[in-house]
Every structure is written in C-alpha cells, then in structure tokens.
Design a binder for this molecule. Structure first.
Ligand SMILES: Cc1ncc(COP(=O)(O)O)c(C=O)c1O
Length: 417
C-alpha cells in the first residue's frame, strides 16, 4: 500500500549511533541474541501512530500493534507527554516508600473496570503469576481448601505467558518441552466446553482461569453464552472466575473488556500490554476486595510494580479509555475489517474470526504458510504476524483510519493473489 510521504530526512532525524543497514543488523543479532523469537526480517528504527519506519526509511502500516500493547498507536502524544512529565520528576521509589502517582492510577483503573482493588505488576506473565498466587491464597484463607491442595482449571490452547508455572498448564509442546519439572495444581479442559469445566471444578478448585477470547490460539471466540456460563458455574461451585484480558482488554474488541460482550463481571481481571501505552511494561491484577484483600505485607511484591513512571503512563492510558473513543473506534472500524475479510473468503482466505479490531485469518494452506503470507504482506508495506500454521492475526492500533484499514485489506488481497 502507499505509505504517506516522509517530511524529514530519516538519517538525520533518527539521531542514532546505528549506521548499519537492516540486513547487517539482522546478521549481527544471530550470534549474540538468544533465538527465542523468529521476527519478520524488518528492522524498525522509528514509529508514529499506525506507521513504523525501518532503518532504510521504508514505511510500513503496523497491523500487529505489539500484540495489542500499542492499542493507542506508537507514541500517542498524550502518553508521551505523561511519560516525559514524569521522567522529569520521579521515576522509581520501589514500594518501600509510597509514591504520589500510584493512588490515582489504582483509583481510576478500578473505576474503569468496575473493580475494588489493584495489584500493580509489570509484564503480563507477572500478572498471571500473581493472579494464580492470589487465587490459591483465597482458596486457603477464605474457601477453606486444605493446605497445598488448591487447583486451578484452565483451557486447552491457552496462552498466558512464559514462566515455569504458566507453561506448566500450557498445551503447546513447543512452549513446554525441555522446561520441566512443572508446577502441579492445574486441570486443563477444552475451551468453550462448559460440561468439561463443570466436571473439572470441585471443592479444591480455587479458580477458573481463561482468556475471554484466545488470542495466540488464533483469535478463538467462544460461543455466545460461554462466558456467562463460566460466571454462573464458578459462582454456583464457589470458586473464582479469573479473566485474562491482557491481550483482549483495554478497547481491542470494541469494549473496555472482552467479557463485557456477554455481559459478565469476573472476580479477577488480568491486564497488561496496552496498560503501558507501548512505553513501559505495566500490568495489573484487578479484583474484588474480598479476593485481593487476602494479600498482606511481605507476601508478594515486585521492585518495579507500581513505579511512578508506570503509574503515570497507566493513568494516562486509563484517561484515554475513559473517553470511550477508542472502544467506539474499535467497534466501528471492526465492521470495515469484518466486511473486508468477508470479501476475501474464497480468495485465499478460508475463514476468519473477528471482534472489534482483532481478527484471526485462516489462509488457504496451498498459498503458503502464515509466515510466508506475513512476509508477502511485509513486501506490500503491511506488518502482521502468523500465529499457528496458516493463521494470521490482525490487530492494528485502535487509532487506525478507515482508509488505512482498507489499504491493509487491499494489501492482504494482493499478498494472497
Ligand atoms: C492472554 C495473554 N496473557 C498473558 C500474556 C503474557 O504477557 P507478557 O508477554 O507481557 O508476559 C500474553 C502475551 O501475549 C497474552 O496474550
């Protein structure tokens, strides 16, 4: 697609020490960087809004948005300003002291999500780990599960992060192989299967932990009524409902939270990615007072969790979401995305699932792997990434315009041609 014309000389404006070209930089990474990712062969040097620019000055439309960490686009002015202001004042205290930004962040995030309390962390995986710990503690302290026997019911094909405990309940062998021994206490049931969940939940169950939409699995949307069913089941059986909204939350699906589509209120929400505005890692466990209230001083923590810079950026993110503008954009532009993809079915697309500005697109395997299609898209000036096999995930910044979105769809059609 046609990229907007640059107005400044990238070499000068970059102001970077780096003078090596893309190919050279990619080669240089090989011997010194652990190979835990397989990035597309593009080396991004700068970005603004929905566009990124590589070291040679080529521009690409970002249709991945940092796996939803960039819901507000790159370097959103309000977020950059909040970060700059805070950088000039105070960046870190640790939680050994109070800082003057944290109360407002917690108050506003709790109000936005309709919850009582916030446990601030940094990465998504940390929020999940923290949610698991809180659920277990709640099971022992409040529910009365015998010590050491708490279980958590999770869904097959989940993605909740990469720590040892989290991969303990992954069903993706690539994520697990070679990393055992694993943490016990998890029961895996098929996603979107209430009967299986009913059978797995018993008196030892602390919580059910699911993604309201499974992102990494390929944007898998459960049947209508599934989330409400999980809510009813967990309430009836006396265990917690933890919704991992780290990728699905904060505007992506056209609502603040993906669970609102039912509508359902879980006991605990896990948030991350976009909460840091694409600037700093910010995550949080947000929940009812009865649940998060089980933590006492010394029982859990993080040096950087709730730091003033993160709290300032997180507050600015919440402020953007309070306007409702981004949720509205995701819902409205989501119609263009859905209609555009519908038009591609039978033309290289064999099926897709979408909600708001989020889609998992299954490409005809005869045309190439998801990776190959992503590389073809890259050559068309659009960055997206495969998930599994021939599925490509589209998740542009919620600031994308209708015209840009139509351009991305046209590029996809070309890449499939
Ligand atoms: C649903 C979900 N939970 C947790 C995580 C882990 O987040 P992080 O990579 O910040 O640790 C991810 C990341 O993709 C995710 O999609």
């Amino acid at each position: 697609m046609t990229a907007p014309v640059r107005t400044e000389d990238s070499q000068e404006a970059r102001g970077s020490r780096e003078t090596r070209g893309s190919q050279e930089l990619i080669r240089a990474e090989g011997p010194v960087l652990a190979h835990n990712y397989h990035p597309l062969p593009v080396v991004v040097a700068r970005a603004e809004g929905t566009w990124v620019e590589d070291v040679e000055g080529r521009r690409y439309l970002d249709m991945l948005a940092g796996y939803s960490a960039l819901n507000f686009g790159h370097r959103h002015p309000a977020l950059i300003e909040a970060a700059h202001r805070q950088l000039d004042r105070l960046t870190l205290t640790s939680r050994a002291f109070h800082n003057d930004r944290l109360a407002e962040f917690a108050e506003r995030l709790a109000a936005l999500t309709g919850m009582d309390m916030v446990l601030p962390m940094n990465t998504g995986a940390e929020a999940v780990e923290s949610g698991v710990k809180v659920a277990r503690k709640w099971a022992y302290d409040i529910k009365g599960v015998p010590a050491g026997r708490a279980t958590i019911v999770v869904a097959a094909d989940n993605f909740h992060g990469r720590t040892t405990t989290i991969v303990s309940f992954s069903t993706d062998e690539t994520a697990r192989a070679g990393f055992g021994p694993f943490t016990p206490g998890f029961r895996v049931v098929p996603y979107n299967d209430l009967a299986a969940m009913e059978a797995a939940v018993d008196e030892t169950t602390a919580a059910v932990l699911i993604e309201p939409i499974q992102g990494e699995a390929g944007v898998i949307i459960p049947d209508d009524g599934y989330l409400a069913g999980v809510r009813e089941l967990t309430r009836r059986k006396g265990c917690l409902f933890i919704a991992d909204e780290i990728q699905s939350g904060l505007g992506r699906t056209g609502r603040t939270l993906a669970v609102e589509h039912e509508p359902v209120v879980p006991d605990v929400l896990l948030l991350g990615k976009a909460l840091g505005g694409g600037i700093v890692p910010v995550s949080a466990v947000v929940g009812r007072r009865e649940v998060l209230g089980v933590l006492h001083p010394g029982e859990h923590g993080s040096t950087f969790g709730g730091n003033p810079l993160a709290a300032a950026v997180g507050t600015a993110v919440v402020e953007l979401l309070e306007t409702g503008e981004f949720q509205r954009r995701a819902a409205e532009l989501g119609v263009i995305l859905r209609d555009g993809l519908t038009g591609l079915v039978g033309k290289g697309v064999v099926g897709f699932r979408s909600r708001g500005l989020w889609a998992g697109v299954d490409i005809d395997p005869a045309l190439g792997t998801g990776r190959e299609i992503s590389e073809r898209l890259m050559r068309e000036g659009v960055l997206a990434k495969d998930t599994h096999g021939s599925t490509i995930r589209l998740a542009p910044p919620l600031t994308i315009t209708g015209e840009e979105l139509r351009g991305a769809l046209a590029a996809l059609e070309k890449a499939l041609g």
